[in-house]
Design a protein. Structure first.
Length: 440
């Protein structure tokens, strides 16, 4: 079921990344990983990977698109530019310039940009003339042209290194002509460089949202790095944790055939008044792409009622949600437990969530609990095995330090041997980095 939403509500909300450059095709440039978004514990196998700063999973958002763009139509959504999948494309009417404006989550230095256009149903939809501008002022002013060039027809990895690195937070991509078709089509717009700041976060988004068609009322409660809630469609329940400007979410829905599980990445507008996310089935396999578009507009600061979550209006609703999930399913993700980069050190912002976990376990002294550490595949097998073991052990030690009986706790690391999403994309790697709590 796709959730469609009006363009006006969407424009305030959309999420992506962008920037630009000018020069000859070449390889270049790496970017530093964020503290929560990377594996790391030091040593000879320290992780290293280029980060696509334009990717949906990098935490940016659209603040402008062609007037005929339909964000919710996943066949041709602008999000297909930045979903890390070259098999999907966006579409806009040719014969006039089609401009996309992207806002990065941080002030960013861009060294290289890349275009993908192979795999279009009509190769002549490939953009021919393109222009990229960058602004360090706002989404509407202060732009400097950093790239004007012709692209080849139906070709991926068309890479352009900037002779002078571009710095800013807003990027405007303009498609000016095609290779002959009446519509533009582009499958990927990627950028590489480094973030100059690290201030992005999710403000308090607690409240009630009007979900786009079919989703119904969505009730959310934020407790530090943990966000939980429910929605009307199929008695849905969601839980997740913040990573920078994104929220990693797990959702359950009561289908007639049984419980349907989904994973997603969500973002919120700067004022917290609108939300947007892409989801896919948890059981679809690691290589499954995005299947569903979800969005909503805030209608009240009141969190409403989530009868499926014990203690919903109490001071520690995440504790009730986790206890309920462990009782019914036997395991839960502890999204919202984040670690320092190159470390198994738990970030201070994650401690309140672990305090709730400790209180929950002390209320159930008969439970035998295993803490599982999982990573993505950046850094190699040995490195990640060690890291996952250290991070699971760090959570165990913290809980024991809060009074949970150490004899009831076990920790184990699985490295990247049990992925829940593809390690070929940043979005998938974000879902694979996790600590899970398992009730024996």
């Amino acid at each position: 079921m796709k959730r469609y939403v009006a363009m006006a509500a969407l424009a305030a909300l959309v999420l992506v990344a962008a920037c630009g450059g000018q020069g000859q095709a070449a390889n270049a440039s790496t970017t530093a990983a964020t503290s929560t978004g990377a594996n790391g514990s030091g040593g000879a196998e320290a992780p290293s990977a280029e980060t696509d700063l334009f990717a949906f999973a990098a935490g940016a958002r659209f603040v402008g698109a062609p007037s005929d763009a339909d964000y919710a139509d996943l066949a041709y959504s602008p999000y297909n530019l930045i979903d890390e999948t070259p098999a999907t494309d966006t579409r806009a009417e040719a014969g006039k310039a089609a401009a996309y404006v992207l806002e990065l989550p941080e002030r960013t230095e861009i060294a290289r940009i890349v275009f993908d256009s192979d795999g279009l149903t009509n190769p002549e939809k490939s953009p021919k003339r393109v222009k990229v501008e960058v602004s360090d002022s706002s989404d509407t002013a202060g732009y400097t042209t950093v790239l004007e060039t012709d692209l080849a027809q139906s070709a991926n990895n068309q890479s352009f290194v900037l002779p002078t690195k571009a710095t800013g937070r807003w990027v405007r991509l303009t498609l000016e002509s095609t290779h002959g078709a009446d519509y533009y089509g582009l499958t990927g717009f990627r950028g590489y460089g480094r973030q100059l700041t690290s201030a992005a976060s999710v403000a308090n988004v607690s409240g009630t949202y009007e979900g786009a068609s079919g989703w119904g009322k969505v009730h959310l409660k934020q407790e530090g790095t943990r966000i939980i809630g429910c929605y009307e469609y199929l008695q849905g329940v969601l839980s997740g944790g913040t990573e920078g400007r994104l929220v990693k979410v797990e959702m359950t829905e009561q289908n007639p055939a049984g419980i349907d599980h989904q994973f997603g990445l969500f973002a919120f507008s700067a004022d917290g008044n609108s939300m947007f996310g892409l989801t896919r089935g948890r059981d679809d396999g690691p290589d499954a792409g995005w299947k569903d578009f979800r969005s909503g507009t805030k209608v009240s600061n009141d969190i409403g009622d989530c009868p499926m979550i014990p203690g919903w209006r109490g001071a520690a609703a995440a504790e009730g949600q986790l206890a309920s999930q462990l009782q019914t399913e036997g395991r839960a993700r502890l999204d919202g437990v984040n670690f320092d980069f190159n470390s198994a050190t738990i970030q201070p912002a994650s401690r309140p969530l672990l305090d709730q976990v400790a209180q929950m376990l002390k209320s159930h002294p008969d439970w035998k609990i295993t803490l599982e550490g999982h990573t993505d595949n950046i850094g190699g097998e040995g490195f990640n095995q060690s890291l996952s073991t250290q991070r699971a052990a760090a959570v165990k030690a913290y809980l024991a330090g809060q009074g949970v009986a150490a004899a009831s706790l076990t920790s184990v690391g699985f490295g990247f041997s049990k992925p829940v999403a593809s390690n070929d994309t940043q979005a998938g790697r974000a879902q694979n980095r996790r600590v899970e709590i398992v009730k024996g």
